[in-house]
Design a protein around this ligand. Structure first.
Ligand SMILES: CC(=O)SCCNC(=O)CCNC(=O)[C@H](O)C(C)(C)COP(=O)(O)OP(=O)(O)OC[C@H]1O[C@@H](n2cnc3c(N)ncnc32)[C@H](O)[C@@H]1OP(=O)(O)O
Length: 424
């Protein structure tokens, strides 16, 4: 029997618990698994206007949520982005266009709010390209075999590195008090493109202050790096298992979070986790592909790649504002034609760049294009991780003037690879 499927934003707070249960069903946690405390925790800092549900009669069969996000562009500018999350369609209602309807509504709303792009972390690679998203950052998870690193086991702390700083274990409350400000400085650095903001709720959840039953949270150890002036410049959160074999400790330390505003701090924090007693292996978690860690080791092969995969996907919405906000490696003028079947980013744009720290301008133009590409390829290029020349070889970027792909490459590529460390 045909049914009419209605897609709408949440009518009010009363509709939220059922919507959350639908998310849970869509992500296979099981029906009825969402208790009152979970509803209360998840409702904090949640904007109901940004939540859509798909309804079959009174039943919620599809979910979609967006969050305001601040995304770091190459050079350190912070962009207003629309972060997409909690996308599910009930197994009973798939492939009837519900995701497409919810995505179209969300992108319209993002454009109307003036958000320059949308972002997401894709559960499966083939889903989101059709909506104009392209993979823009990659993540690498490594396992370090501590005994193979060649590091001196007598290491006694940052002083051994000739660094006046120190690393101290702190409790969750102190970590929560100190680290948000450090993270804000960290993520707005010139080479931190791809980083996203962490709101107060993120820190409260990550440090176990906001909990609900069966949330799967494991308390972590926390340590802070302070520089020679006593200023916090970085921190690490990690857990460790308790494996022993034949009277020998064989523990795996898993890094949940590690960042610092300075290379000295980042180095000291890695050296700290690699020197924790009883630890045989260190799992790094979600790092940039060009993370400095392997090169800190006398034997970089001790850090083996466990997973390397796409992470943050980016969907341009406002091309002139987005392109003008970033820093470029060269001074040039390039005319790009962007194809966007959904219309948000369609058009020809003249990009004028002043080179490193030189600013950029971008505006619609009628000039002949030098390169043309689909909007999702622009999303892939924007944070600097993809090669325009490689896209041209793949037929995903067309060159209308000889050498234009190489010029695009010189503009868009970044010295460091983009890194988004967080899931949302
Ligand atoms: C940002 C995040 O939250 S990522 C999490 C995404 N959620 C999940 O993976 C949970 C499990 N999966 C689901 O809930 C659903 O299958 C969804 C949300 C992925 C898709 O929802 P649907 O309503 O079935 O998608 P919809 O019918 O709108 O499909 C639109 C198009 O995408 C295609 N498509 C949908 N899902 C997939 C998929 N997993 N793989 C490949 N193609 C897909 C459809 O075939 C369709 O193609 P067409 O336009 O060429 O006909």
């Amino acid at each position: 029997m045909p049914t009419s499927l209605d897609v709408r934003t949440l009518a009010g707070p009363d509709a939220y618990p059922e919507w959350l249960r639908a998310v849970s069903t869509g992500f296979f946690r099981g029906p009825g698994a969402v208790g009152e405390q979970e509803v209360a925790v998840r409702a904090l800092d949640t904007d109901l206007d940004r939540i859509q549900g798909a309804y079959d009669g009174g039943r919620c069969v599809g979910t979609f949520r967006t969050l305001p996000q601040s995304l770091t562009a190459p050079g350190g500018a912070l962009l207003a982005a629309c972060a997409v999350s909690s996308v599910t369609v009930s197994p009973t209602h798939r492939r009837r266009g519900l995701l497409s309807r919810m995505t179209a509504n969300a992108l319209d709303a993002a454009r109307d709010r003036g958000e320059v792009c949308a972002t997401l972390v894709a559960a499966e690679y083939p889903i989101y390209g059709r909506y104009g998203f392209g993979p823009a950052t990659w993540t690498t998870d490594r396992e370090v075999l501590v005994a193979r690193t060649g590091l001196d086991r007598r290491y006694a702390g940052p002083a051994d590195l000739g660094d006046g700083g120190r690393v101290d274990l702190v409790d969750a409350a102190e970590f929560r008090a100190l680290m948000p400000a450090v993270h804000e400085r960290f993520r707005s650095g010139r080479h931190r493109q791809g980083a996203i903001d962490r709101r107060a709720k993120w820190w409260r959840t990550a440090t176990g202050e906001l909990r609900f039953p069966d949330d799967g949270f494991t308390p972590a150890f926390h340590a802070v790096y302070r520089d020679a002036d006593g200023q916090p410049q970085g921190g690490v959160s990690y857990t460790s298992d308790d494996v022993w074999q034949a009277k020998q400790p064989e523990q795996t330390l898993t890094v949940r979070d590690l960042f610092a505003t300075t290379t000295a701090g980042e180095t000291a924090l890695w050296r700290f986790v690699l020197a924790v007693d009883w630890v045989l292996r260190v799992r790094t978690g979600c790092r940039a592909p060009d993370d400095i860690l392997p090169m800190l080791l006398p034997d970089p092969r001790a850090a083996r790649t466990v997973t390397h995969a796409d992470w943050l996907w980016l969907r341009p919405l406002d091309v002139p504002r987005m392109l003008a906000a970033r820093d470029y490696a060269a001074a040039d003028t390039l005319v790009l034609e962007v194809r966007d079947k959904d219309g948000y980013a369609n058009g020809r744009f003249a990009l004028e760049t002043g080179g490193p720290r030189g600013g950029a301008r971008c505006a619609a133009t009628r000039e002949d294009p030098e390169v043309s590409l689909d909007v999702r390829e622009l999303g892939t290029l924007f944070l600097g991780d993809e090669s325009a020349v490689r896209l041209a070889a793949l037929g995903r970027l067309a060159e209308h003037r000889e050498g234009a792909a190489e010029r695009a490459e010189a503009l868009f590529r970044t010295a460091r690879r983009p890194w988004c460390q967080d899931m949302f």
